[in-house]
Design a protein around this ligand. Structure first.
Ligand code: IMP
Ligand code: MG
Length: 179
């Protein structure tokens, strides 16, 4: 059994690159049908989504713009609650179709904040495309338009996802071994 160890944690291979690419293909096919004529702006969430975005967007054939953003979330005032900032967003989103490209939706807090932010900027149609979705962990009211794979509530690394910065470059997915 193929394993990797980073610092104090050991992970076991759980999803192969071939399975990932098949799931990515399916999402691309859906997008090519759904987004035709919509002139979407894809917002790729760094760092985790870089590998997913690369494989997915090579397979998207409709005219589209791409931009890379980082998401920062902090507590605002009592009336504003949590505030999400999109670092690196230089494009106008008002009136546009926005497709967020994310690595994984866990509690949904990151994506909820990002959707609220894009709404406040006047985006017309906001869609979420995530490589992984953990349905059992979801705590926010979110609509996931494109989930390449649903997975159990385990911690994973590889294909862009990290443990303390390690594991992002692995071509397969590895799951934390509980011990
Ligand atoms: P959420 O805001 O709770 O949905 O968490 C989403 C973020 O937490 C993701 O963008 C990842 O950066 C990180 N995350 C959640 N689950 C995992 C995992 O299993 N492995 C690596 N990172 C994860
Ligand atoms: Mg992320």
């Amino acid at each position: 059994m193929k394993t990797v160890t980073f610092k104090d944690k050991t992970f076991r291979v759980s999803i192969s690159e071939a399975e990932l690419l098949k799931a990515v293909d399916n999402v691309a096919e859906k997008m090519n049908a759904d987004l035709e004529g919509k002139n979407p702006l894809f917002l790729i969430v760094l760092n985790g989504a870089f590998m997913f975005a690369s494989d997915l967007l090579k397979r998207v054939e409709i005219p589209a713009q791409l931009s890379f953003v980082k998401v920062a979330s902090y507590s605002g005032t009592a009336s504003t609650g949590r505030v999400t900032e999109l670092i690196g967003l230089n494009e106008e989103v008002k009136g546009r179709t926005i497709v967020i490209i994310e690595d994984i939706v866990d509690s949904g807090r990151t994506m909820y904040g990002m959707v609220e932010k894009l709404k406040s900027l006047g985006a017309d149609d906001i869609r979420i495309a995530t490589l992984f979705f953990k349905p059992e962990a979801l705590k926010y009211d979110l609509n996931i338009d494109y989930a390449a794979m649903n997975i159990p509530n385990d911690f994973i690394v590889g294909y862009g996802l990290d443990y303390d910065g390690y594991g992002r470059n692995l071509r397969d997915i590895y799951t934390l071994i509980n011990s």
